[in-house]
Design a protein around this ligand. Structure first.
Ligand code: THU
Length: 136
């Protein structure tokens, strides 16, 4: 398995920044990019995809995770999120739950338009999570 080095995390962060360029966010005008490092060592990127029926908007994190899973991945080791804001923002509750499914101890890095960043772990963002173990 590819080690989670600083260089890997930098590549992940860069992928999240690039992914935001594809954001379809005509309603919020909030272009988010995300990238996930999957168990194979590959990186999958995604952006938020909004819809005129607002409730159907999909966050960048879930777009990236669903791409990884559609490619056959089952494990998420790290997630990077980019928002075009002065301060980093954190994954929403729904995305935390989806990350938990594949990466309960994934590393989460949030970056933004300034040098500010947050690095944490999913289990700190979603303690005592409900997950696959509860359905065994
Ligand atoms: N959004 C994300 O893509 N990821 C987050 O972590 C927070 C919110 C998107 C959803 C919506 O398209 C826009 O940002 C405003 O909420």
């Amino acid at each position: 398995m590819t080690p989670l080095t600083a260089a890997t995390l930098r590549r992940l962060e860069k992928s999240a920044r690039v992914a935001a360029r594809a954001s379809y966010s005509p309603y919020s005008k909030f272009a988010v990019g995300a990238a996930v490092l999957a168990g194979s060592g590959k990186i999958y990127a995604g952006c938020n995809v909004e819809n005129a029926s607002y409730g159907l908007c999909n966050c960048a994190e879930r777009t990236a995770i669903f791409s990884a899973v559609a490619a056959g991945e089952k494990k998420i080791r790290a997630v990077a999120v980019f928002t075009p804001t002065p301060e980093p923002t954190m994954p929403c509750g729904a995305c935390r739950q989806v990350i938990n499914e594949f990466g309960p101890s994934a590393t989460i890095t949030s970056v933004c338009a300034s040098p500010r960043r947050i690095e944490t772990k999913l289990d700190a963002l979603l303690p005592a999570a409900f997950g696959p173990k509860d359905l065994r």
